[in-house]
Structures are given as structure tokens and as C-alpha cells.
Design a protein around this ligand. Sequence first.
Ligand SMILES: C[S@@+](CC[C@H](N)C(=O)[O-])C[C@H]1O[C@@H](n2cnc3c(N)ncnc32)[C@H](O)[C@@H]1O
Length: 323
Amino acid sequence: MDSRHSNAAPAGPALRDPARRRLLGAAAVAAAGTGIGAVALAPMLRAQTGAGDVVYVPTPQVVVNRMMTMARVGPADFVIDLGSGDGRQLITAVAKFGAKGGRGFDLDEDLLRQANENAKKQGVADRVTFIRRNMFETDVSAASVITLYLLPELNLKLRPKLLAELRPGSRIVSHDYSMGDWQAEESVTMQVPEKQVGNPGVSYVYLWIVPANVSGNWQWKLPGGQPVEVTVRQRFQDLDVRGTAAGRPMNVTLTTLRGEDVRISAAVELNGRTLRHDFVGRVRGDAIEGTVRTFDKGEQAAPWTAARSGGRAASIDPSTVTR
Ligand SMILES: C[S@@+](CC[C@H](N)C(=O)[O-])C[C@H]1O[C@@H](n2cnc3c(N)ncnc32)[C@H](O)[C@@H]1O
């Protein structure tokens, strides 16, 4: 059973709390002694001696599957797991969802060995590699999908790097933790009775799509040849579009940006009448190519080409803007 919600589930309490981490470690020792829960908690033991930024806790398989579905992983995808643990994210991506390949980074030698063995057992060792490297010192630009099960503060620390290195349209899926004020495109709450650590019994899954940087000044012509000049301010996928069309202020009613796909709906005053215009196109560097639909006695479509002049903002992540 799972329930969808649009944005921001509450962040889970457990992993980020050092006292609780120690507690879980102690519980694991006790459990290992009795044999009760040893399988579920054993990874916590290893984490106590690891040098990483977050302890090892595996994502339950049912949640991994949901992450893959939410990211729509398929044959065109190359998946990178930052903090790859026993390799289950990448092995699932390739073996069950047909991704063409994957790379996992971890600091724990035992986990890396285990991940490589698991990849061999599942017959995907030729397509996934697990490498000992700090996730913050890793180039992620080859990925079309990133998987994360970290901590809220690590997600935030990774955020500018992910936005800077990943191609527009790349997907990021995270188990349990959000990206602060970068709103997820999709999120879901799952009841996971077998989950004992992290948020016991519950998992949150989030999806973000890396937006193209469309900030700056854009010009184009309406189907009748009248000029449009707008300035776009951008914060993640949120756009603030202001300017003029045919010499009058343009009343922008809706904007969406999903990867490279942009839509701007506006009410444009032409010859004393207000006409709805829907501009829909794909961003390619300093150009947008697409279609404009107008609504006047029925719908009409015409090509839409926009050009940017004067450059773009260095970042669309406000946390990287220095004042
Ligand atoms: C919570 S586990 C998630 C494992 C796996 N991704 C999953 O979903 O099952 C986090 C992993 O990150 C690794 N890790 C912690 N800090 C790291 C760092 N700075 N660079 C790379 N891996 C790190 C840990 O060793 C651990 O295996």
C-alpha cells in the first residue's frame, strides 16, 4: 500500500540522530547475540566502524522497486548510486528494469566486495561497477538517473553538484529524505512493515527532474510578427517570466519546466483583444524550438522559436548564490 503526495513528506527521525545511531548499533550487537533480527540489523554493526558520512542501512527491496518505477528506469539509462551499499539499487536497475549500466560509489571495502559478488550472482557484473570513492569527489555527469539513500543534510550538500553536473532531464530518486526547498516532482509514502531502521515501518520516495537553465533574456515573435521580450528568473524548475508582447505587458498565467521541456501560457493583448497563447518547446542552449497555440475562434498552431541574449544565471540553486 502506498499513498502519493505532491511534495515534502516529513523527514525521518532516525539516521541523522547520532544517539539513535549508537542505540541501533547497540541493538544490533544484542540482536546478533541472540540471533533475533540479526539479518536486519547486522549492517548497522559494520557501519559503526566505517568512515563514511552515513551508516549503512539497506533500502528494502520493495522500496528499491518503487524508486526504479518512479524514475522510469529503462534501457536508455545509466544509473549512479551514491553510497551504494550492497549494490541492490544498481543490480535492480540493470537486472530487473533493463538499464544499460550503472556505477556505485562507497567507502566501505566490505560492502564494495559484497556488491561486486551480488552483481556476479545476478549476472550483471559486466554492466555495473562498484568503486571506492567519496561521493562528494565523484563526477556524476554520466548518469541519467541518480539513486540516494543518505541523510537530509547530505542531500542538501549534494544538491548544487547534482544540478551543475547532471544533464537536464536526468532524474534523481531519494529514499526517505528530501532536498530542502527544491520541490520534488513526485513523492510517495509507502507502508513497509519489514523496515526496522530509518523511519521504521514507513518509507518516503522522492523524484526530481533536473531542469534546464532557462534564466535570462529571451526574444521571439508572435505568429503575427509582433515582438515578445521577456526576462526569466529561475529557482530550480520554478520560473518567473515577465516582459512585453506586442509592446504591452505580457500577462503570464502558467509556466512549467520539466527537464528541457518548457511551457509558458500567457494572455496577450492584440488589437484591443486579449488572446491566450500557449508556448510549448524544448530548450537547446540559447534557443527554444516548439509550437505556439492560440485560441481565437478555435485553436491554431504555429512554429515557435525563441533566442536568448546576454547569458544566463550561473546557478538555478539559490543556496549557491553568494551575496
Ligand atoms: C544508507 S546506506 C544506502 C545503501 C544503498 N544505496 C541502498 O539504498 O540500499 C548509505 C551508504 O553510503 C555509504 N557512504 C557513506 N558516506 C559516504 C561517502 N562520503 N562516499 C561514498 N559512500 C558513502 C555508506 O558506506 C553506506 O553504504
